[in-house]
Design a protein. Structure first.
Length: 129
């Protein structure tokens, strides 16, 4: 099984293959960003827990933050809901990742966003001798 860096890279590659090139600004790590000029996706590894039903298997939870560039709350809400619908289809085409939900949040206190929870299975990485 892959380590977390490999898992993150695989998720990034598989997801970006499904999305129209240039449609979203891609930020591969959680960080502050300048004012977004278009919808932005930010990926972070949020947690890792032991899988309750399988010895040695881990569940990695990633949060994909979808940020709307519009600062007007009413317009941003409407646009963000449409963006979430647009993003859910390509997410379903990544079969090894489970979509667990999306929570509306404020990003950097100015932007409306969704934190989209994605789960993937991996194993404890063994040291190579």
């Amino acid at each position: 099984m892959a380590g977390y860096a490999e898992l993150r890279a695989r998720l990034e590659n598989d997801l970006l293959e499904q999305i129209e090139p240039g449609r979203f600004r891609w930020v591969p790590v959680q960080t502050k960003i300048d004012r977004p000029s278009k919808p932005t996706l930010i990926l972070k590894l949020a947690s890792v827990i032991r899988h309750p039903g399988a010895q040695g298997v881990l569940m990695a939870t990633f949060v994909l933050t979808l940020v709307c560039e519009n600062q007007d709350p009413g317009q941003a809400d409407e646009a963000l809901d449409a963006l979430l619908d647009e993003l859910l289809e390509p997410l379903q085409k990544v079969p090894w990742v489970a979509f667990r939900g999306a929570e509306k949040v404020a990003f950097q206190t100015r932007y409306t966003a969704y934190d989209i929870q994605l789960e993937a299975l991996t194993a404890i990485k063994k040291k190579e001798n």
